[in-house]
Design a protein around this ligand. Structure first.
Ligand code: MRU
Length: 367
């Protein structure tokens, strides 16, 4: 998508043909900084520190991390070390394991001398596949938005609520939850997005709002606890969120607070959709609440806030009383029964085992 008129992806291979460029998302929205990743360790640290984040982008970065590892050591042991180091970076998004498995399956059978070139080719393929998937999600999600538009008066605003950042910054391009929104906007629909700020790291306020603003999509940032009120007053037509892992039975894990939005949506008859790229399905588990590992992050993310002061300095301040303990669960699970539908690259599916297995038989098999 575009940043000041120039097309960017969130991650790319630099013109030198080997180093990897990525937008440093810790610096947005105040500064647009490109980071260079030159080693597997740097790729792992970029994921751990959330220089890059969002389930599909975590997967793509890990894939390039393996390719970078193969530049200096092409042995089986080095491949396994890279796999383990990258796998240990963040626990919840299953795209990380999916991408690492793809890389290992592609590289391990090859003669070591072929692994570096093949690693870059596979990482590129994973990044391209992400873009194609997101375009598919965009087209299927667009049909849902079109149906809502058909029920409205000409030019009347279509209000979508989203949580966290499942935009192009969280993927390689287009985003998952945002792909239908960008496509609707590009077709001239009067679409408006309620952007949950998404404490504690504020991915909504700092990333989704930034993205939408650069693309010209009308949006309004709201405190996380506002969505229920808006739904009670008919100010939300549909919710579209992203996801970090969906179980075989359709339970959805996403950024903390998503479950509360799903409850409010159900209470108010607002459709609650999840944009789901197939690499985010974990067919090995069924019970999201008991089986998905939920990342717990630093208390500092809750106890402090970072922003720009009136005179332009970036500063971090404490917002919690000194000495008060803080809990920071990164994700929660929305049970399948609260999900209206899963917007995938193969169509909009019910959030249930049969629908997922029918749409993705090649992934469901062998589980
Ligand atoms: O902690 P983050 O910023 O990596 O969390 C991101 C989310 O929760 C996204 O909604 C999810 O990864 C889907 S991104 C298409």
């Amino acid at each position: 998508m575009k940043v000041d008129g120039r097309h960017f992806r969130s991650i790319w291979l630099e013109p030198d043909g080997w180093s990897v460029g990525a937008i440093d998302q810790r610096r947005l929205p105040h500064e647009f900084v490109v980071a260079g990743l030159t080693t597997c360790e740097a790729a792992a640290e970029a994921i751990r520190s959330m220089l890059v984040r969002g389930a599909p982008l975590i997967g793509a970065t890990a894939a390039y991390g393996v390719a970078l590892a193969m530049r200096t050591d092409v042995s089986d042991a080095a491949l396994e070390r890279a796999y383990d180091a990258l796998m240990a970076t963040r626990p919840t998004a299953i795209n990380l394991k999916w991408a690492l498995d793809m890389m290992r399956e592609a590289l391990l059978p090859l003669p070591p001398s072929a692994r570096t070139a093949a690693g870059y080719a596979k990482a590129f393929e994973i990044a391209e596949q992400d873009i194609a998937i997101n375009k598919g999600i965009g087209q299927h999600g667009l049909a849902l938005i079109e149906a809502i538009r058909a029920r409205k008066k000409p030019g009347e605003r279509i209000n979508v609520l989203t949580h966290c950042n499942a935009g192009w910054l969280a993927t390689v391009d287009w985003g998952t939850a945002t792909a239908p929104i960008y496509m609707a906007h590009d077709r001239g629909f009067a679409i408006h997005v309620w952007v949950d700020e998404t404490r504690p790291r504020n991915q909504g306020a700092s990333l989704t709002a930034w993205e939408l603003g650069h693309h010209g999509v009308p949006h309004t940032v709201i405190p996380d606890n506002t969505g229920g009120h808006l739904m009670q007053h008919g100010m939300v037509d549909l919710v579209i969120v992203g996801t970090d892992r969906v179980t075989a039975s359709g339970d959805v894990c996403n950024k903390i607070g998503t479950y509360l939005k799903a409850l409010a949506a159900q209470d108010n008859g607002v459709p609650f959709y999840v944009a789901l790229p197939s690499p985010t399905i974990d067919f090995s588990i069924r019970d999201g609440i008991r089986q998905i590992p939920i990342e717990q992050r630093s208390a500092d993310e809750v106890a402090t806030m970072t922003g720009r002061t009136a005179d332009g300095r970036i500063e971090t301040i404490r917002v919690v009383a000194e000495g008060s303990p803080v809990a920071n669960y990164g994700f929660d699970v929305t049970p399948a029964r609260l999900v209206t539908g899963l917007i995938t690259e193969r169509g909009v599916l019910g959030a249930d085992r049969d629908a997922l297995a029918r749409a993705f038989p090649e992934r469901a098999r062998g589980r």
